[in-house]
Write a protein that binds this ligand. Structure first.
Ligand code: PLP
Length: 368
């Protein structure tokens, strides 16, 4: 049985497997291959659960993370982050190590420098901005895409794979209708690109996918692969967007109660920004940093939005509770905090435990 003394990241294996199974099923029904983004769990042990279900291709968010998974046996990896040309040695190593390695490019200088440093060919996607305004060439800018494609074609070591986008603006949606509108707008732009360039590049593929859109949309016609990651754990932000229920959230941080303040119905928890991150959302006009739930021996109870973290400092979490919940808690108890953003929560905690006390790896404990 698990003994908790300090903030500990708990993994609910049943919920996590259910999320994985659901997303595999959704992708299959949509006629897309699933290339899950491993930046959420960053774990070989959790990655194995995908492998056991037939997944052989993954996305990661850094070249270092690609090395972690390549050395753990994965050999079809897309680094779904703009290529960092300063890591030339790592790129070369990965191109030798992986049967299939794909990188993202968006400028002629990326392409030129990559081609010059490589010994073995690798795949490149042109990163497309389909509305998130983060990275990539604007989806309607056919001229810029064509120019870059021409540059890729004269490279000896780069194989053009297709167009890749991430509709990150889906995070601003609230509810299914708004998510679906963003998904249709974003994949509409990708389809336009495909019809413009398919004659020239008949094997090009379209890669898309963020957790809100992949959790809700069924129509992915002409999209070849989906790359959601957060769905592995989901979180309170995804619940607020409308991607999942609170019962789908598969990680929670177990935090000891270190002080009680009855006059303001608040607890001080050992669990702060260094454990949970400072990501917040607003519920009923209140900024919250996580939902507070009771913790049993082999599960946490479903949280109620009236019990939440209203403040965080480095190690302190300030929990605001309903009167009845507050009355039940004593100093020395341990409560579960469901994260606002599971990817950052896991990234900060760098290890998982399940209720039987088993540990699961996290890339962060090896590479930082
Ligand atoms: N692909 C890219 C390029 C991303 O940047 C991300 C996340 O940031 C994902 C896929 C996964 O999306 P999500 O975190 O919504 O699951």
């Amino acid at each position: 049985m698990l003994q908790i003394e300090t903030p500990t990241l708990l993994l609910d294996k049943t919920r996590c497997l259910r999320n994985i199974d659901n997303m595999i099923l959704r992708s299959t029904k949509a006629g897309c291959s699933l290339r899950p983004h491993f930046k959420t769990a960053q774990s070989l042990a959790i990655g194995k659960w995908f492998w056991e279900r037939g997944v052989r291709q993954i996305s990661v968010s850094s070249l270092q993370m690609a090395v972690y998974f390549a050395e753990g046996g994965w050999d079809d990896i897309t680094v779904a982050f703009p290529v960092n040309i300063l890591e030339g040695k790592r790129i070369k190593y990965l191109s030798q190590k992986c049967a299939k390695l794909q990188l993202l490019v968006e400028s002629s200088s990326d392409v030129e420098q990559l081609d010059n440093l490589l010994e073995k060919p690798l795949g490149v996607f042109i990163k497309i901005d389909s509305g998130s305004r983060r990275s990539g060439i604007a989806a309607h800018n056919f001229e810029a895409v064509e120019k870059l494609l021409e540059r890729i074609k004269i490279c000896k070591k780069l194989i053009f794979k297709g167009f890749l986008t991430h509709a990150g603006h889906s995070y601003k949606a609230r509810g299914t209708t708004e998510i679906l509108a963003i998904q249709q707008q974003s994949i509409g732009l990708m389809r336009n690109l495909k019809s413009r360039f398919i004659k020239d590049c008949p094997s090009l593929i379209l890669s898309a996918g963020d957790t809100p859109c992949c959790s809700v949309a069924d129509d992915w016609a002409e999209i070849d692969e989906l790359r959601p990651g957060n769905f592995t754990f989901y979180d309170v932000m995804q619940w607020q967007i409308g991607s999942c229920s609170l019962d789908d959230i598969a990680i929670a941080t177990a935090c000891p109660v270190v002080a009680k303040h009855p006059e303001r119905l608040e607890l001080v928890l050992y669990g702060g920004a260094v454990h949970l991150s400072k990501d917040s959302i607003v519920i009923n006009g209140q900024t919250i940093f996580g939902l507070v739930a009771k913790l049993g021996k082999d599960a946490w109870e479903l949280p109620d939005v009236n019990n939440y973290l209203r403040g965080l400092s480095q190690e302190h979490g300030i929990a605001k509770l309903s009167q009845s919940f507050f009355d039940e808690v004593v100093v020395g108890d341990v409560l579960a905090i469901l994260p606002v953003h599971s990817c950052l929560n896991a990234d900060l905690m760098r290890a998982y435990r399940d209720f039987e006390g088993r540990s699961y790896d996290h890339f962060g404990s090896y590479f930082r």
